[in-house]
Design a protein around this ligand. Structure first.
Ligand code: ATP
Ligand code: MG
Length: 757
């Protein structure tokens, strides 16, 4: 109806509205941060479903992070109503690929129950291969190399299956010794994944490309594909996008080349231009107003990104007023820096008289490793926080153990998971025994599970060197335990009783006597660990609850391509865990208590907060010492700065907090524009606060309620941290300042920042 149309269009400016309504088959929006790209994309989905009659299940929407996908689904849901957003094929490229593979994968020879190897699984496998085959290559570098190979994708005729990839490799002429070792590692890695029936992140995409190429009817219902954060798609994702849209060729992409920060994962800005070549006649629409940030935040961020002279230039005009000048503060060391951040957070919130809460604050870090000081300062001050991106709840030992048991229950041939739980809880099975069993399994091309089963049944062919004692422990302990849980699941399936994911987990914990095990093995902190396990159960519970509503089964039944119904909660839950490594949160939204967000910059992409802190802007942190691409590092800083709506604080510890306390050098991206920053936070008087209120479109409470009885330290500028002349002294370029590290490529260093490690 025209009323619905007007509701959707009312929140859009002219250019955005044109993009939303465009009838062009291909629409490309290249625009700066905060210009409403995501808002436009979301509105277009609503428009297509509501006003153009698209069925939601025929619309594919790809975002870059799980968190962004969730947020977008929520927003679309609000606009569409009646739960129709759940039918959209919406998620990250990886989760979309997984869904198609779960439904149709067996047509390309995929085992029905495949598991997913996440980044840390892949790393562990490669490390083991390098050790076992004594390869003289750096395991992280090998991992990056393999991933690059897989992610590159290529022309329409290339075969993406693993065999094809191997063929590709052996074609390379005149190989160096290093290259040969890499190839050996690659081949071995791939065959181990296959034996364990695992797909790694790259495989998910590569195999889905293979599937959609061979069986285009899997996506014959897809009417249109929409992609957010398009600048960060890599070659395979580009192929996947084309294949998803192969029937109707309708694609909408939005992105910003200035925010391309995944080059280290083979994202190619080139894909932007490739799209325009592959789909001539695309409508290109630019959005030029920034609705997110104050004028001074936009201006300063542009000063940073404009240092890159090769960039694709586009306009970005702030619609908001000037606002407070962003702050650049130098503090003695990382812990004073963290204390300053906490005191600034408290000051701003207190002075806002309730207009701002902890939810409005984010601290964005170049790497997860930097969080320590900020966490402890927040903890000391009793400020609750949530952590996003790169901080792994699921990596806690106790959670990982439970997960590994679940993985093996789901899929016994998962060798790595099985190897990790052989001796957890302690069964007197030594590391040496586990190693020799793995070697044995690898030699005889068996999965570890089949070897153990054979062995324990007294199969001669499987006789290994392990002791009678260990054998008893394995068959009487581990195998029996797993069998009992699995039997219980089967039984429940047969008599169709209510035995869901949570029951499986509880049954497992009971069979393991897990609480008792924790008490014995971790006398000091078993309570915390058990609480984590409880938290895990409640996550599983939430997952099942969402699943109940979100019937994930709208993929079409297609003639000749039979679909496997992917209804079990366990495999979906495990996949969700493996794919959500960017969205893992701790203490998320308990009791709706306002929480400060602690996030990596990578995971903050696309999001916004009224108050943003970017600590550790020193050379070696940003640009990161292990990064090879200075321009990408600059874009990363640009992404961080442009998350802020009203208040932006950069800070830099003068001395590094590690052993020798070297002097840090201010980031070279900030140094040339340092004079444009304020040296300390604003005084938060009435005029400053009402500026902030206007930018955020919020109400500032009546004056009296704020300033009455305010302690002196809060009414003046940050007197807790008086400016020390030493702290603010400008450092001459190339002068005595040392430490941090050299930005130039250094061959002896590992190649890539390992954010998710
Ligand atoms: P990024 O590049 O960081 O992902 P973006 O271009 O996707 O940014 P959005 O997140 O869509 O930008 O929008 C930024 C903010 O501006 C949001 O709070 C959004 O609600 C608001 N906004 C977008 N368009 C308009 C508009 N026409 N009128 C008012 N507010 C708008
Ligand atoms: Mg966006």
């Amino acid at each position: 109806s025209s009323e619905r149309r007007n509701v959707i269009l009312a929140k859009l400016n002219d250019a955005q509205s044109r993009a939303v309504r465009s009838k062009a088959p291909t629409v490309a929006i290249l625009a700066g941060p905060g210009s409403g790209k995501t808002h436009t994309l979301t509105s277009r989905v609503v428009w297509l479903v509501d006003c153009e009659g698209f069925r939601p299940e025929d619309v594919v929407v790809a975002t870059f992070t799980v968190k962004a996908a969730r947020e977008m689904q929520e927003r679309i849901g609000k606009a569409l109503g009646s739960g129709r957003e759940k039918k959209l094929v919406l998620g990250t490229f990886h989760s979309i690929a997984r869904r198609y593979l779960a439904a149709y994968g067996r047509h390309i020879g995929l085992a029905q129950k495949f598991g997913i190897a996440d980044d840390s699984d892949s790393r562990a496998i490669i490390l083991r291969i390098c050790k076992r085959l004594q390869l003289a290559i750096d395991p992280p570098a090998a991992r990056a190399w393999i991933s690059k190979r897989k992610a590159k994708g290529s022309g329409a005729d290339s075969d993406f299956s693993s065999v094809g990839a191997q063929k590709l490799l052996t074609k390379t002429p005149a190989k160096t010794a290093g290259q040969r070792e890499l190839e050996t590692c690659y081949t071995e890695y791939q065959s181990q994944l296959e034996r364990s029936n695992l797909l790694d992140y790259d495989d998910l995409l590569v195999r889905c490309v293979e599937l959609l190429r061979k069986f285009p009817s899997c996506v014959s219902n897809v009417k249109t594909v929409l992609i957010d954060e398009y600048q960060d798609t890599n070659g395979v994702q580009y192929e996947l996008m084309k294949l998803l849209a192969q029937k109707h060729g309708r694609i909408t992409v939005v992105g910003d080349p200035d925010q391309s920060i995944y080059g280290w994962r083979s994202a190619e800005i080139r894909n932007l231009w490739r799209l325009l070549e592959d789909y001539p006649g695309a409508a290109e629409i630019s959005l030029e107003e920034n609705y997110r940030s104050s004028q001074s935040i936009v201006t300063l961020s542009l000063l940073v990104i404009q240092q890159d002279e090769k960039r694709y230039k586009k306009a970005l005009k702030p619609v908001h007023n000037k606002g407070s000048r962003p702050v650049l503060r130098r503090l003695k060391n990382a812990s004073t820096e963290a204390e300053w951040i906490v005191s600034e957070i408290r000051r701003a919130i207190l002075m806002s008289g309730g207009m701002l809460t902890h939810n409005d604050v984010a601290v964005l870090l170049r790497s997860a490793a930097l969080s320590r000081h900020v966490e402890s300062a927040l903890g000391k001050a009793g400020v609750a926080y949530r952590m996003v991106g790169g901080f792994k709840f699921y990596d806690r030992a106790e959670i990982k153990t439970v997960l590994d048991y679940l993985r093996v229950i789901h899929q016994p041939e998962n060798n790595d998971a099985l190897a990790r739980i052989m001796n957890v809880p302690r069964r007197g099975i030594g590391e040496g025994t586990v190693k020799s069993l793995i070697d044995e399994a690898e030699k005889s091309s068996l999965s570890l599970w089949s070897l153990l089963v054979k062995h324990c049944r007294g199969d001669r062919a499987a006789k290994t060197k392990i002791s009678k004692h260990a054998e008893q422990k394995i068959s009487g302990g581990l195998l029996r335990l797993l069998d009992s849980v699995r039997k219980r699941i089967e039984q429940a399936a047969n008599d169709s009783s209510q035995f869901g994911l949570v029951e499986i987990i509880q049954q497992l914990l009971e069979a393991l006597s897990f609480q008792k095990v924790l008490q014995e093995t971790h006398p000091d902190d078993h309570e915390q660990r058990w609480a984590n396990v409880q938290e895990f159960i409640s996550l599983a519970n939430d997952f099942v609850r969402d699943l109940g509503q979100n019937v994930d089964d709208y993929l079409p039944e297609i003639d000749g391509v039979q679909q496997t119904k992917d209804v079990d909660a366990l495999p979906r839950f495990l996949a969700n865990v493996s794919l959500a490594s960017d969205a893992q949160t701790k203490g998320d939204d308990q009791d709706n208590k306002p929480l400060v967000t602690l996030s990596t910059i990578h995971a903050a992409k696309g999001l916004e907060w009224p108050i943003v802190f970017v600590p550790a802007v020193y050379n070696g942190s940003i640009p990161h010492m292990r990064s090879e691409d200075n321009d990408e590092e600059r874009r990363l800083l640009y992404v961080a700065m442009t998350r802020a709506q009203a208040l932006l604080h950069l800070s830099c510890p003068l001395y590094s907090s590690n052993s020798n306390g070297e002097r840090n050098e201010l980031s070279p991206f900030v140094k040339p524009v340092a004079a444009a920053f304020a040296k300390k936070g604003p005084c938060f008087d009435r005029p400053v606060m009402s500026e902030i209120a206007r930018i955020l479109e919020r109400q500032l409470p009546a004056e009296q309620s704020i300033y009455k009885g305010m302690p002196a330290m809060f009414s003046t500028e940050d007197s807790l941290f008086p400016l020390d002349p030493e702290e603010t002294r400008e450092i001459p370029a190339g002068g005595a300042a040392r430490g941090g590290s050299n930005v130039s490529a250094d061959a002896s260093r590992p190649k890539r920042p390992r954010l998710y490690g």
